[in-house]
Design a binder for this molecule. Structure first.
Ligand code: FEC
Length: 320
């Protein structure tokens, strides 16, 4: 069983920020002002742990899959072929920095892999996220010049395990609230440009995740907000989390719990945009802001990835 685990990617060193940013901007180098601003954001948080977390997820997912293989349902266990006999192997490919998705596909090809399941450490589909991951894989596969079967887990906004994992993280914060029934619970995901969000699929999926958690906990006051809008002139979907905090203060809330449901892992957008920027906004408004812990490579999130990968793998036709 071969798996391509994908994530956004992050620069490892300061001098890598410029080429990383250029890749995000599809080959257009950032202006000196934009670059300086991004360097300052990384400086503020120390550095992003995203790559280490992605590799930790891959190692744990591989172990979980190998442990799960004998537990395949009957028809699969009975079927012959390398997928049940071979050990699971998880490759890491990231969208904007090394190991690039194309490098991971090349590594799989060099290992003789002929079929793989792809999954992204981001649960919601959008044209600016999952669609771009898929495109990068397809471009890399086309360059191989030989057959390669690839199936992608497209989204998992309402996977019961994902909802449960998030619910448990929110529960941890409930105990810290002074007045849980009077608090506002905000569920955030990365904003995208309005023109990429016209079909509403992304917004509906993020809302479905938020609603799943809110319903399980019986939350009285909750909402979806968007974070980390890019530095481009076009309009991005909102309300931005900072604007939503302003409104929360005006509505009379004094405690807010923020859960970044669009990001399983800690990284720049969590440590800077929530822990620094949104915290500063909250402090200015006299709000108490609690952020729930990220899922990272915790066993409950790994269990979700394992379940999704096993199901997708089972959809491949049986090898002769
Ligand atoms: O820790 C790190 O170093 C990386 C954190 C990081 C994650 C992430 C996830 C998403 N993004 C999404 C959409 C966009 C769009 C643009 C854009 C730009 C940036 C920039 C940085 C950055 N993103 Fe990101 N994103 C992360 C980091 N992102 C840095 C460049 C500076 C800036 O604009 O803030 C605009 C591109 C353009 O200019 O044309 C659109 C979406 C996700 C969630 C899905 C996923 O994780 O893949 C959607 C993590």
């Amino acid at each position: 069983m071969n798996v391509l685990l994908m994530a956004y990617g992050t620069p490892y060193r300061r001098e890598e920020i410029e080429p990383y940013y250029t890749d995000i901007r599809r080959g257009r180098p950032p202006s000196p002002e934009l670059l300086a601003e991004l360097e300052e954001r990384y400086h503020q948080i120390g550095r992003s742990p995203l790559s280490e977390i992605t590799f930790a997820q891959a190692i744990r997912l591989e172990a979980a899959l190998n442990a799960a293989l004998p537990l395949f349902p009957e028809p699969l266990r009975a079927s012959p072929g390398p997928r049940v006999r071979g050990p699971a192997r998880v490759y890491v490919g990231t969208k904007h920095w090394h190991p690039f998705i194309a490098e991971a596909v090349q590594a799989m090809a060099e290992d003789g892999v002929e079929r793989a399941v792809g999954i992204v450490a981001a649960p919601h589909f959008s044209n600016r996220s999952i669609a771009e991951y898929r495109q990068k894989v397809e471009e890399a596969l086309a360059k191989l010049g030989r057959p390669f079967e690839f199936r992608l887990v497209e989204a998992y906004p309402d996977h019961p395990g994902y909802i449960e994992a998030l619910t448990n993280r929110v529960l941890e914060q409930l105990w810290r609230l002074r007045e849980p029934r009077a608090a506002l619970f905000l569920f955030t995901a990365h904003s995208i440009p309005e023109k990429s969000a016209g079909d509403g699929v992304y917004q509906a999926q993020v809302r479905a995740t938020a609603e799943g958690v809110a319903r399980r906990l019986g939350l009285l006051h909750w909402d979806v907000a968007w974070q980390s809008a890019g530095r481009t002139p076009e309009p991005w979907i909102g309300p931005d989390v900072n604007e939503r905090l302003e409104r929360a203060a005006a509505q009379g809330f004094s405690e807010v719990v923020v859960t970044a449901v669009g990001f399983p892992s800690d990284h720049l957008e969590v440590f800077y945009d929530l822990d620094y920027e949104a915290q500063n906004t909250a402090a200015r408004l006299g709000l108490r802001l609690l952020r729930t812990r990220s899922l990272n490579a915790d066993p409950d999130y790994i269990g979700v990835l394992r379940d999704l990968v096993l199901r997708e793998w089972a959809s491949f036709p049986v090898l002769e």
